[in-house]
Structures are given as C-alpha cells and as structure tokens.
Ligand binder design. Sequence first.
Ligand SMILES: [Zn+2]
Length: 938
Amino acid sequence: MTTDYKSTLFLPRTGFPMKAGLPKREPEWLERWERIGLWDRLRADAKGREKFILHDGPPYANGPIHIGTAMNKIVKDLINRTQQMSGRDAHYIPGWDCHGLPIEWQIEQDYRKKGKDKDAVPVDQFRRECRAYADHWIGVQMADFKRLAVLAAWDRPYLTMSFAAEAQIVREIGKFLMNGGLYKGAKPVMWSPVEKTALAEAEVEYKDITSPAIFVRFPVVKAGNPAIEGAAIVIWTTTPWTIPGNRAVAYGPDIEYAVYEVRAAGEGSSARPGERLVVAVDLAAAVAEKAGVGEWTEVARLRGAALAGTLTRHPLSGEHYRIEPPLYPADFVATDQGSGFVHIAPGHGADDFELGREHGLEVPETVGEDGCFFEHVALFAGQHVYKANPAVKAALSEAGTLLASENYVHSYPHSWRSKKPVIFRNTPQWFIGMETNGLRDKALAAIDATRWVPKSGYNRIRAMVENRPDWCVSRQRAWGVPIAVFVDKATGEPLRDQAVIDRVAAAVEAGGADVWFTADPADFLGPDRDPADYEQVQDILDVWFDSGSTHAFVLEGDDTQSWPADLYLEGSDQHRGWFHSSLLEACGTRGRAPYRTVLTHGFVMDGEGRKMSKSLGNTIAPQQIIKDSGADIIRLWVAMTDYTEDTRIGPEILKGQIDAYRRLRNTLRYMLGNLEDFDEAERLDAPALPELERWVLHRLTEFDSLLKHTVENFDFHVFYNALHGFCATDLSAFYFDVRKDSLYCDPRDATRRRAARTVLDHVFHCLTAWLAPVLAFTAEEAWLARFPSDDDSVHLRQFPELPSAWRDDALAERWQRIRAVRRVITGALEVERREKRIGSSLQATVRVFVGADDAALLDGVDLAELAITSDAALTTEAAPGDAFTLEDEPGVAVVATLAGGEKCARCWRVLDEVGAVAGSPDLCARCVDVVGPKRAAE
Ligand SMILES: [Zn+2]
C-alpha cells in the first residue's frame, strides 16, 4: 500500500484563474477604476513632478474607430503610462477634430436622401446639424477609447468646435491678419467642382486615370529664330479643357529642339506634307509615330534658349482667341514625355501661374465654382470641364491645330471625399504667405530644432516646407470657423484692427462661431465704423488651420499642460497634415514649433500586408477583437509590434498574440501560486541567495536598463518582445522548472525555498509593474490577486528601483555557459524519453563529459538540480562514442541512463537513499525531514 503525500507538498495555490475571460472581466475593471477615481488619483500622485505632455492629435469625429485609430491611441497610452510610472506627470487631454467637409458632406447626403435643398436651410441651422453629428461620433469614439483602457482626461476633452476653441482660432487667424501674413490673392488652387471648394493637398488622393492627351500646333507668327519661321510649335497636354485658358508656351532653355518637315503622312493622320513642326529631339520619334507621320526630315536644330522672343497664334480660332501666346523659358519643362513644350494656362496650374506672373501675363478666369465654363468663354460657355474635352478637340481639329491624340494613363489628384478629379482653378482665396515675416525660414529652423522619430521624418517634412506654396486657408463652405475679416470696399484691403478681432473672439467665446453669420456686423465693427463701408468675408477656414491651432487652446493657459508639447505622435501621413499645419501656425504666431519631439507610426495592413478595405473584406475591427478576445490582446499586439513601420494584423497574427498573452498570464499565475503566504521574515538578502537566484536578479537589472532606454525612445516592441522571451524561456522553461522541486517539496523554511520565494517576489513586483502599461487589465488582476484591496491599483505604482548591486556581469557570463551545458543534458534526456527508456527526467541519471575549463566553471554547480535529474556526474574523461552531443554546443557530451535506487513516493526523485531512514521505506531523506518518520509510518 502506498501513502498519498500530496497534502504534504506545497503545491501552488491562487485564485488567479488560468482562463482570462477578458471580454467579460475587463468592463468590471473599468468600473473599478472609475469607482476608485484612478485618473484623479494619478493626477494627485504626480502633482509637482516633471511634466510630460503628449499633445493629442485629434481624430476626426465622423465614424467608429478602426484598428488604426485604436493602435494610435494605444501607442499614446503606452507612452503616457510608461512616462507616468517613470516618475513624470503625464496629463493627457484627448481631442477631436470636428469641423470640415466630411461632416458637412454627410449632412448634405442626408438632405439629398430626404429631398431637401441645402441652400434653402439657414446656415446656422445647417451648422447646428453638423455640430450634433460630430457630437454623436465623439461619444461613440470616446466609449471605444475608454474600453481600450486608454487613460486620459475623458471628462474634459478638447473639441475644435467648442466655443472656447473657436474663439481662440479666431484670435490665431487674427494674429496672421495683424502681422500681415494673411492676404487675399487670386491663384490657381486645387478645386473640387463637386464639393465646390478649394482643397488642400491633405484633402486629395492620387489615382490613376486615363486622359485624352493631345498634341497641338501653335503656329509661329513671329519667329525668335529664323529656323522656325513658318513652323508650328507642338505642345502636349493631358487636359484639353485648359486650352481655352492658354496664354503662353514654355520651353526648356537647355533642351535640344529640331524643326522637322513632313514628307509624307500616314493614313488618317492630320499631319500635312510640307508643314514644319518643332519638337524636342529626344521625343521626335515618339511624336512622329503618334501623329502618324510617314516620313519627316530634320531641317534645323537649335537649343531652347534660341527660341526666346517667339510669338505664336492661339490654337483655337474665333473672336475671343485672337491671342498671341509667347514662348518663355522654364526649368520645369522635361523631355520624359510629350513634345518638349508645355502649354501655359496661368489659371490652371501652379507652375503656369508663377511663370505667368514672372512675365506679367493676365490670369484669365474661365471656369466657375461648379466646374462649368463662364458665359464669356467662347465656344465652350456653360460646358462642364469634365465633359468639355471632346468639344475642345473638335474645335482644335476644325481650326487645323490638332496634330494627334492618345489615351494617357497617369496619376491625378481626386477629392478623397467625392472621389472625383479635382481641377486647378483660379479663384480669389485667402493665403498665409510663406515668405511674409520669414515664415518659411522660421519653419525650417524649427524643423532642424525638433527631434524626429524615426529620423526619416525630418527629410520628409523639410522637403515639403522648402517647396510648398503659400498656405491657402479659405474654404467656400459652411461648417467651420469663419475667416472673421472685414474688407474695406473702397481699398479692397482687409481691416486690421485688434479691437474688432477681440470683439469677434469674445462673441464667439460666448455664443460659438455661428455668431459671425447671424450677428449684426456693426456689433463687431464698433461705433466708429460704418458697416456699409465693409464687406464681411463669408469663407471659413481650412480645417487644418483649426487643428494647427490646437496647441494654442489646449496647451496654453492650462496649469496641467505646458507649451511647447514634449511630443506629437501620429501616422506618417501627418507630415503634410497636422505636424505641418501646427508647425506653420506656431512659427507664424510664436516663432517656433509647438513640439519638441515628433513620433510617427505606420499604417495597419491585413495579415498579408494588403491595405484593409470593405471591398476586400479583410478589415479587422477593434470592437470585434475586444468582444472575442479582450482589449489586452490588442494592447499586447501594439506593444510587441514595430509600429514605426506599416504593421499587420489578421487572424493568424491574433492567434500568435493570444498565445503570447497566455504565456505571460501563466508566468504571473505560477508566481502567484508559489508566493501564497509569502512573509517578509522569509525574505533573504541578495548576497545570501544561491547563484541561480542571483542570476535571475541580474536578468531583472538588464530589463530595467532596457526599459529606461525604451521609455526614452518609444520602441516598446524591443522591450516587450524581450520580456516575453524572458517569461517563456528564462522563467517558465528554466528557472521555474528547476525550482519546482524545491518550492513544492523542500521544508517550508528551507533556505533554498526561501531564496526562490524571495526572488519570485522580486520578479512579481517587476513584472506586474512592467506589464501594467500594456496588459492594463491583467496586471491589475494579478496585483490585486496577491494584494487584495478595495482601492489600490497596480497603475498607481512606479517602476521599481532595482539595487545596482544586483547587476553581476561575470555571473551572467558564467551562467550562459552553464545553461549551454544544461541544453545538452536536456537534449540527451529528450532522446531517452522519446525512446521510452525514461518517463520523467527524474528517472534519469546523467554523466556529463566536459573539458578542464568547463569542469572548473561547473565546480560546485548542482547539475542534477539544474537538469531535474536524480543524479548527475561531471567528468573530464573522454566521452564514449555514442554520447549525446549538440552541434552548436561543442565541448559537452552526455550519457543518460536509468537511475538506480527507488523512487521517493513524495518528490519522485529516484535515489539510493530512499528507504534508508528507518520507518520511512518510501521516502528520501529530505522528504522524511518534511513529513517526519511518524507520519511516514502511518
Ligand atoms: Zn523525496
């Protein structure tokens, strides 16, 4: 009969379950944090500490959050939590971007569905509906962010549509008005005929389209060089509808051109034998082929510079096209496609406009806000530019100037909202001048003074700021902050009067920006001015000006914040968006960037690296992951991913994350189970610990250093992947395994057991703190499972300060070798198990063959304990030929055999000594010590 000794073992005991049940349990933790006032207590704890201000880039309030938004907010949360736990005061105010076209567009769509006419609705009512729409989505998004355990001042978020924010935006544009930076000018801007507004670069997306490209003759009427007398200059354009707006032709001064005389034309060609055409030499063969020229001969060759002074005839005939477009040199002319000549329509392109301005050309107004030609445009009046290309081609053909046409595929800007192509259109708009008050230079200097993470961001934004045109800040829309400016009807000059700006700002602060559209202008202009003398601007501001001003109404004048922010963090597309507009706004009003560091993350792709889209059906919704697996799983994925690059998520990747989570959870659970009733009196000082325990402490100091580096550099994936490896490999598969016997079977107060428990306690304190920023829910659960409390929280802790004496590099190096030897032993045991010669490793005994160096190094090391065998012998004898070896661990060989002796019924070690103590026939000496001979005899 065998005795059951199970009750005499110290088996792990904990209420911390193996199964996480996160979807159900997480909301309970959220309630608890709400109840104990976690956010306020964090603020109170951090009072007086050095501030760390991450200024939130506001998401747009028009839909549920997606996985990218979730990642963005979680990265921010990791940063804030690790900063807070590193001793700083990370007071994070979340924000929303509320104005703008997408919301307005949505309200208009709803009107259309209901058959309502937007123009029949008063502007303030329309604006109220936009506000309610934004409000709704702010509520939805906030609930999701909270569910993801993002810590923030959720009770006082900033909204760009709050009256205070709108008032400050009015004051900010007022600063540009007063310092001369804001001006009204007529320039070609990107214009959406569908939404009837100017668009910023950040509001367009590029798509490939097929355009009806044409080659057009511009007959020379005054030759700047005798060689082109009687010839025609051939231009190429992908937008035939811009020909009515043509006022010049550009050439490259260094490009080589030639005059070709047509000898024969192919069938259907519009080339005429005998005519002379001027094109770039490099493109001549391609032009001849596209124009169906059978044969032509070069009759003259000349550099572009020789074409100066040439005048041509406009290719459209008729009353309104009696224009003689001149030839001008330009450095943007290239010979990679087309003919080597660029037709210049100053109202329809930025280069065209600049070249025209250089030479004093008029900027014709040809296209209205709806994309239709004005009534004064001969031949095409009233036609929409999207549909006018065939008519323009027909008119050119009729005039004998159309040489050839082709379908041409190229990338072209589209409104990201309506998905329709935008046009370049000349309209009067409000601009912030890049050269006024040295704005461009200030912005470039600010870029140099900012830390960009990753570094590539520096070059990106610098190139953009170096080359960007003036900032077009006006939009012909309703839902936004008005450009609160009066224009003097007599002089056309904007009114620059700080008192007027102050009155507008005060009224907006009290009643919202609607007041600009509803109040009597006299209220703003004051008693000394006659409203009849002024025109009130009805445009609203580019929403990028709103978000570019958030630093002004969030960071300034709030004790919890500071200006500039320590960190701005958004997706890498914000170099042209928020980072950019904030930079220009702050440099123009305060002379420096509103941030010290800018961090960017990539975008979230599906598991195969494809963009997520509804049509592909590969979207992964954070709400679904929360429902299926829990928010801690998403948080862990974010922490273990290098987010500076584009990241991936899919079912397989999530499965991997869930496995990783389980390993971390089991690590916590093992510690909790073995730390039951751990008592301070049990603790041993570090120097009194066995080497194995001191090695674990040393590992903790390594993670401590790595964590500090990670907090400084935001590269969480490095730390958390390493920490996961530590839990899986160093702890679970090694340290815990080795110490299981001691923890379960040694006498309660055996030194070895006390040492292990001391170290488990240290590891538990470190791991729960280190995991708290990531596994916000699970770390809390583990902490409170060990230290139950009504109002405590793991999140109120700081990262532990580890004694520097724990660091022991020499010991670490020695243990690296010891573990290598252990790997060979484990390999040998694996073979024995596979061959069914042993069951558990405790049934085996090993002989380990090593060289003299290893023998010295392993002197005093209990290999049996480390390898969890019943016995181990170390020898420098030559190993037998059939000994087990590992190729990558040379110098070690192992022979494993079945241990002699009997199996101890309590600890299962197989030892000769079992039964040696009288009265305890089935126990080893250690186990007799624990249970006592009396008990054993029962
Ligand atoms: Zn035993």
